[in-house]
Ligand binder design. Structure first.
Ligand SMILES: Nc1ncnc2c1ncn2[C@@H]1O[C@H](COP(=O)(O)OP(=O)(O)OP(=O)(O)O)[C@@H](O)[C@H]1O
Length: 346
């Protein structure tokens, strides 16, 4: 199974503005509060071609995750922008081709690396692939992400160490890779990793981009140009210089480029023809979810209550997500967190 993608996407975003409403003063313990608006993203523009990686650097709180989520088509609320993918807006059909790796690593702690990826691939690849094909695909991803040495390790082992945080991050990326997404969004792929693991992940992302993907990622830069060892005046000056350099050197050029690109580009008419949508049968999905739930909790002694819990979680997931395979990579133990995250993202 090749890692080349069927559809390639040109991502363009122009003047992305995002506001949030907030209550001034937070909880005023019974006193009157007033509300206000905060500008989180203020007119951001850019373009990413297939085969390219756009890396967003910035200090904590600068809006990287919000922009990434907006580009991934999942940011609701007060968003005004023109974000297009091959000159079309984000659609449900595109979700099939989009992978989104969140900052927090959320994996089943009691499954092995192989089990994690195999259950994901069984749920997320269409029925046109045989079970054997799907398992082979998961094994290929394990090779690609250099997870062979830990493939039989439990993700979080209560007695031993479990897999390392770098390996967990690669498993999270692997879960998205299984569907061969054409667009890949990754929030902080190198967070808290050592330089060797960072280098490995970056090389892997370069390989994925070479295969035709459009990749956007964020990297928190602790040693950013406005670092705290500079005085406030110096920080403000550096910010102003950067903003005006961005406006005069980049924005106008970029907008020109976006215009040229609009005029010259031959639209990819094959997208819809190549797009393959499928729905799993309820029974098949239920079985995989049930099997995963039982595998995850095999270390616990099973009572009627536990069994009932696993069964209801499997049903609940089918019901909650309406059988949408993209959302079925969740973690039983961490449903509430994921439901929260997914309700934000989808
Ligand atoms: N509902 C909200 N109300 C007020 N402010 C908000 C709200 N949601 C997000 N913010 C603010 O928006 C800003 C951008 O958040 P975002 O998560 O995108 O930052 P980030 O650059 O990804 O940070 P980090 O590197 O720490 O993950 C932050 O300052 C955050 O506090």
């Amino acid at each position: 199974m090749s890692f080349y993608v069927n559809i390639v996407y040109l991502l363009k975003f122009v003047d992305v503005v995002y506001l949030v409403k907030f209550r001034k003063g937070g909880n005023n313990f019974g006193k009157k509060t007033s509300s206000g608006e905060k500008v989180i993203l203020n007119g951001i523009s850019g373009m990413v071609q297939p085969g390219e990686i756009l890396d967003m650097l910035g200090p904590s709180g600068s809006g990287k995750t919000k922009l990434l989520t907006a580009l991934g088509g999942s940011l609701g609320g007060h968003l005004t922008s023109s974000i297009t993918y091959n000159d079309k807006s984000f659609s449900n059909s595109m979700k099939r081709n989009t992978g989104f790796v969140t900052q927090d690593i959320v994996l089943y702690p009691h499954l092995t690396v192989t089990e994690t990826l195999v259950f994901t691939v069984l749920l997320r690849l269409p029925n046109s692939f045989t079970k054997q094909d799907k398992i082979m695909h998961a094994e290929a991803i394990i090779d690609l992400l250099e997870l062979v040495n830990c493939k039989d390790c439990i993700v979080v082992d209560p007695f031993l160490r479990g897999v390392s945080s770098g390996e967990q991050k690669r498993v999270s990326i692997g879960q998205e890779m299984l569907i061969k997404p054409s667009l890949l969004f990754i929030d902080e792929p190198t967070m808290s990793l050592d330089s060797t693991t960072t280098q490995r992940i970056v090389s892997m992302l370069l390989e994925l981009a070479k295969a035709g993907r459009t990749i956007v990622l964020t990297i928190h830069q602790p040693s950013s140009v406005t670092s705290s060892n500079k005085s406030l005046n110096e920080q403000t000056l550096v910010k102003k210089t950067l903003v005006s350099a961005y406006k005069s050197n980049i924005v106008e050029k970029l907008k020109e480029e976006l215009k040229d690109n609009d005029n010259n580009r031959h639209h990819d008419q094959t997208e819809n023809k190549m797009f393959e949508w499928w729905w799993w049968t309820w029974w098949k999905q239920f079985n995989i979810l049930l099997q995963r739930g039982l595998e995850e909790r095999k270390h616990e002694s099973f009572s009627i209550f536990n069994t009932g819990e696993v069964l209801s979680v499997a049903v609940l997931f089918l019901e909650y997500y309406g059988g949408n395979p993209i959302l079925l990579t969740c973690n039983t133990k961490y449903e509430s967190k994921l439901i929260f995250e997914l309700s934000i993202q989808h």
